[in-house]
Design a binder for this molecule. Structure first.
Ligand code: FMN
Length: 367
């Protein structure tokens, strides 16, 4: 007799019996071998940036959320292709989809696995996006209010894709409806191989402090690996989250913006107890230039406009950063952006070893 999940009562026969991957990646061991992961950030964690984070020590990377409906109705759209491009450096990685229609999501998950095979370690279901356009369709964090539907999505996607499935959700919908613990149990019962908990409610968006107690409570409540998300901005934060929440892995999202070195720093602190020096201004500019070149190679010449926010993050705290940010917003091509960064680097080189923050005797960068 066929048994349901966890050896329970017989379940409904899955529609897709054929498994596309004969050897599923074991998520628990994958996370154990790299327990600091890069979180998905729409519009930010494109493939070139994920590759850099992986090189710097991220254990696992997640694609930005991809609309299952978008993939279904517009499979050949450039945006669908770009969102589903995986960098060779990051595989196997997690591909995140969002939606609220189990069959459609199952079919798209299957297609993603057909496309990428063993390069997909995990299909992650977005159940945390707070944006009105998304939740008004019952997608993203709205699924926390329809746990039955959320469970059905996990079950069908797991059956159809043949790869491990995880769910990424928040502490709850609002302060009066914090249901992450029950929700996590429901996802586990539906067949999720892992969950990620962002310790904020939907109503909070990204405001306030993340509630790590909820993350710890989820860790206590389920047997599958739990990834904690929210407010990890430095190596000490990551260590504190491991200690306070007992999570299997820590997710870094905004803390990696302009700072992929955070993965190296967290690894060093966790593995050797050593706090390593932050990168020099030169290293930061060099990686910003590498990132820009890779983004343009990946997304075409116009992708340089998407680099502006990254440049602003990379140069945060450097002398004359405000001026460089302004100039980066004015440049009309990748070439001009790269020239600006090269000139800024040369300018800083002149002051190497001196107190560049002391503006008294310094001729400011003119752009
Ligand atoms: C600009 C932005 C875009 C995001 N996009 C996604 C997304 O596509 N999918 C998702 O599950 N979470 C997304 N998140 C949430 C992050 O993955 C993460 O859970 C959250 O920012 C809390 O972690 P942090 O404090 O380390 O940033 C996004 C966050 C930000 C700031």
């Amino acid at each position: 007799m066929r048994r349901g999940p966890k050896g329970g009562p017989p379940g409904r026969a899955p529609k897709y019996h054929r498994r596309m991957q004969t050897t599923q990646i074991d998520i628990r061991s994958l996370l154990a071998s790299g327990n600091v992961v890069l979180g998905p950030m729409a519009g930010i964690t494109e493939a070139p940036f994920r590759a850099i984070c992986k090189r710097m020590g991220a254990g696992l990377t997640f694609t930005e959320m991809v609309s299952a409906k978008g993939l279904h109705y517009n499979p050949d759209a450039e945006i669908s292709k770009a969102l589903l491009t995986l960098a060779p450096e990051e595989v196997p990685c997690a591909v995140q989809i969002f939606g609220a229609e189990p069959e459609l999501m199952a079919a798209q998950a299957r297609r993603i696995v057909e496309l990428h095979g063993a390069n997909v370690a995990l299909i992650d279901i977005n159940m945390g996006c707070p944006v009105t356009k998304v939740v008004s369709k019952g997608e993203g964090s709205a699924l926390m209010r329809t746990p039955g539907l959320a469970a059905k999505i996990v079950r069908r996607v797991a059956e159809a894709s043949g790869v491990p499935v995880s769910a990424k959700f928040r502490s709850g919908w609002c302060a009066d409806d914090v249901n992450a613990v029950e929700f996590a149990r429901a996802m586990e019962a539906a067949g999720a191989s892992a969950v990620t908990v962002h310790g904020r409610t939907r109503d909070q968006f990204y405001r306030g402090r993340a509630d790590w107690d909820v993350i710890a409570a989820v860790r206590e409540a389920v047997d599958i690996p739990v990834i904690g998300s929210g407010d990890v901005f430095c190596a000490a934060d990551a260590k504190a989250m491991f200690e306070q929440c007992g999570v299997d892995a820590v997710m870094v999202a905004r803390g990696a913006q302009g700072n992929p070195w955070i993965f190296t720093q967290v690894r060093a602190l966790l593995d050797t107890g050593v706090e390593i020096e932050p990168p020099s201004a030169f290293e930061r500019i060099d990686v910003a230039r590498e990132h820009a070149a890779a983004l343009v190679a990946f997304g075409g010449e116009h992708a340089f406009t998407r680099m502006r926010k990254h440049v602003a993050w990379y140069i945060t705290g450097m002398p004359d950063a405000a001026l460089v940010r302004r100039r980066a917003n004015e440049v009309a091509s990748y070439r001009e952006l790269d020239d600006l960064l090269a000139r800024f680097r040369a300018y800083l080189e002149e002051f190497d070893g001196q107190d560049i923050q002391n503006t008294e005797h310094r001729v400011p960068f003119t752009g």
